[in-house]
Design a protein around this ligand. Structure first.
Ligand code: GLU
Length: 447
């Protein structure tokens, strides 16, 4: 396959949520596995709702997930390209001015419905004479512009849904340009896809109808080129069937990050839900890419449970090698020769990454030791061997304590754990003990 060029085209009208991340990840993983390019393209032609802050936030969220675009574009800076496309459509009689107000359109729709007709725009604006148009303009009306659809069925081979088709007779001619001259998303998207030589449009199935319209636009604007391949994937829905909304901030990537979930856990859940691959923890996007295949995406809604993020985060952390987290540990001041063995000892016991700090304090700082049976702990302290210590020290020491005190099992180990770590449970003490060292151990045993 020639290297694909894909794009992720969010409108910066809010922060992205896990459902938007799914689209971004599908595109990134598809491009990465085929050695292609990933373009980030902000759909920011809606000036009233798009902000630079949201755009910046989206870049931060993508970077956190591990997605670094090859190129970034803003549609607001490319309007001349869309003007040129619009001029071409006007010349060819495919773009026509309409003067109806929202209220007039609404009234017409109601009448159509009352007569049992489909609520499709009746094209009355196409029949206006020059004089009628001039009269409307002199009333102060400014036109919006509709694309005249060709009648007939538009068909394509969807990479996920298989053969797909839409009968355009059932669609209203779409408005491409608002009365204030600004562009809706439909035309800029196609003009850019042509200009950027996009090979694959991978997006949610809420865009299937747009695809029919946009394929007509591709044919009108680039009749000699073949249009991109389309792949429409199922949408993530919450456990009780609700859709996700960018505006409510529900399950935004930023909030999941703040809650301490791991990026790779979010990525795995966002990508693998609703596919024939089981949702499982991964170390990297590269590894996730190995399980990712558009052909495995189901056609049913992708129901996911945000509670799974906790388990996935725990499992993801357990997979990380020291190299994967060295910098993040350093940011917590977890450095030096104990950092790596501590990570290996504790990574399987973490609910969030920051929880590693508790275990760092156990080996390197101060804790509140819990001494439930001081006499026993003192006796155990007397039996501590001399340093150097290694991973065999714990079992040698506790077997001496067992012989001397007659204790075994929980009665032997639990009071030692409470005294040495201040916690009911945690990583293997055999691994922690040599990192704590003899002086700290003695002190915590109360000696
Ligand atoms: N801004 C659109 C969206 O976020 C882009 C759709 C597309 O990929 O063409 O849904």
């Amino acid at each position: 396959m020639t290297p694909p060029i894909v794009r992720f085209a969010p409108s910066p009208t809010g922060r992205i949520h896990i459902g938007n991340a799914r689209v971004a990840l599908f595109n990134h993983l598809f491009a990465a596995t085929h050695l292609g390019r990933f373009i980030l393209r902000f759909d920011d032609t809606d000036f009233s709702r798009s902000t630079a802050e949201f755009a910046q936030g989206i870049e931060i969220d993508l970077a956190w997930l591990g997605i670094v675009p090859h190129e970034t574009f803003r549609q607001s800076q490319r309007v001349s390209l869309y003007e040129a496309a619009a001029a071409r459509l006007r010349n060819e009689g495919r773009l026509y001015p309409c003067y109806e107000t929202q209220e007039e359109l609404e009234k017409r729709r109601k009448m159509q419905q009352a007569r049992g007709l489909p609520p499709v725009y009746d094209r009355s604006a196409l029949r206006l004479s020059d004089a009628e148009r001039a009269a409307l303009e002199s009333e102060g009306r400014r036109p919006h512009w509709r694309f005249r659809l060709e009648p007939g069925v538009v068909a394509w081979d969807d990479l996920i849904r298989g053969p797909a088709h839409i009968d355009c007779a059932a669609l209203s001619d779409p408005v491409l340009i608002r009365a204030d001259g600004s562009f809706l998303y439909t035309l800029p998207s196609v003009a850019d896809d042509i200009d950027m030589k996009i090979t694959h449009v991978i997006r949610g199935e809420d865009h299937v109808t747009n695809t029919a319209v946009q394929l007509q636009l591709f044919a009108a604007l680039a009749p000699d080129a073949s249009p991109p391949v389309f792949a429409h994937h199922n949408l993530l829905i919450g456990a009780s069937g609700e859709g996700l909304s960018k505006r409510t901030g529900s399950l935004s990537i930023a909030s999941l990050r703040d809650d301490g979930y791991e990026a790779m856990a979010v990525a795995a859940l966002a990508t693998l839900t609703g596919s024939s691959d089981n949702v499982h923890a991964v170390r990297s996007l590269k590894e996730l890419g190995e399980s990712f295949d558009l052909a495995h995406v189901s056609r049913n809604p992708a129901r996911f449970d945000p509670d799974d993020l906790a388990t996935l985060t725990h499992r993801t952390l357990a997979l990380f090698h020291f190299e994967d987290v060295r910098e993040r540990l350093a940011a917590l001041d977890i450095v030096g020769h104990k950092a790596e063995p501590l990570w290996r000892a504790a990574r399987g016991n973490l609910s969030t990454f920051d929880a590693i700090f508790k275990w760092w304090r156990v080996v390197e700082g101060e804790i509140d030791a819990i001494r439930e049976d001081p006499a026993f702990l003192k006796e155990a302290a007397q039996l501590l061997p001399a340093e150097p210590w290694d991973e065999t020290t714990w079992s040698a020491w506790t077997s001496d304590v067992k012989t001397a005190t007659g204790r075994k099992g929980k009665g032997l180990f639990h009071p030692l754990r409470l005294a040495l770590t201040g916690e009911e449970s945690g990583p293997e003490l055999a691994a922690l003990l040599p990192l704590m060292g003899r002086a700290k151990t003695m002190a915590r045993l109360g000696d």
